[in-house]
Design a binder for this molecule. Structure first.
Ligand code: ADP
Length: 196
């Protein structure tokens, strides 16, 4: 199963992603993690990305698309994967759709983890990642609202989006994630039936 998880910074995406990849036994493709590793490795991509990341801006589409398409071509992604942090702009989403079509792959569903802004700010005050400085965090939220939120509409129009409430315990939220996955699986079976 191929899934995208979308949520603003501080929504708890990391926790849910971890559980979800274990549950579905698929690779976890986190562009944030890939970029942080690239920065540590001082690779060309890492050097290009560093200043954007430090200031809470998105890195250029070309850079991220190159990185994620290489990863998606690896054999372990054949039967599925969880995309976390990508796509993040409409342009990235359109590029992903084209890429998947060329590879004869499909996206089974998109899950939005929805959390109100004041709760995000409250949660951030308890975290301590480097780019969690209040000003930069605010910029990351603004970037989510401006650049990533339009994707929700994009995927809703494709009838791929399920929005779930991101408030509650990690277990409660994961229950909602599982229900969304069950829905995607049922739809996949339906589509297979319709075909043959
Ligand atoms: P967040 O907690 O905001 O979801 P991530 O760990 O996903 O953060 O990403 C950290 C940083 O890496 C982002 O602030 C951004 O600079 C960069 N980044 C990650 N994914 C993308 C992407 N798909 N497009 C552009 N920039 C990205």
């Amino acid at each position: 199963m191929r899934i995208v998880l979308i949520g603003p910074p501080g929504a708890g995406k990391g926790t849910q992603c971890q559980r979800l990849v274990e549950y579905l036994d698929i690779p976890h493709l986190s562009t944030g993690e890939m970029l942080r590793q690239a920065v540590l490795d001082k690779s060309r991509e890492g050097q290009q990305a560093a200043s954007y990341m430090e200031s809470g801006q998105l890195v250029p589409d070309e850079l991220i698309v190159g990185m994620i398409s290489k990863r998606l071509m690896r054999p372990d992604c054949r039967s599925g994967c969880l995309l976390d942090g990508f796509p993040r702009t409409l342009r990235q989403a359109a590029t992903l759709d084209e890429f998947l079509e060329r590879q004869a792959m499909t996206l089974d569903g998109v899950i939005e983890l929805s959390v109100p802004r004041d709760e995000l700010v409250r949660r951030m005050q308890h975290r301590k990642r480097e780019d969690d400085d209040p000003e930069i965090f605010a910029r990351r939220i603004a970037s989510f609202e401006r650049q990533t939120a339009p994707l929700l509409d994009y995927y809703a129009r494709q009838k791929k989006l399920v929005s779930i409430d991101g408030l509650g315990s990690a277990d409660e939220i994961f229950g909602r994630v599982q229900a969304a996955i069950d829905g995607f699986a049922a739809r996949q079976r339906q589509a297979d039936d319709d075909q043959g």
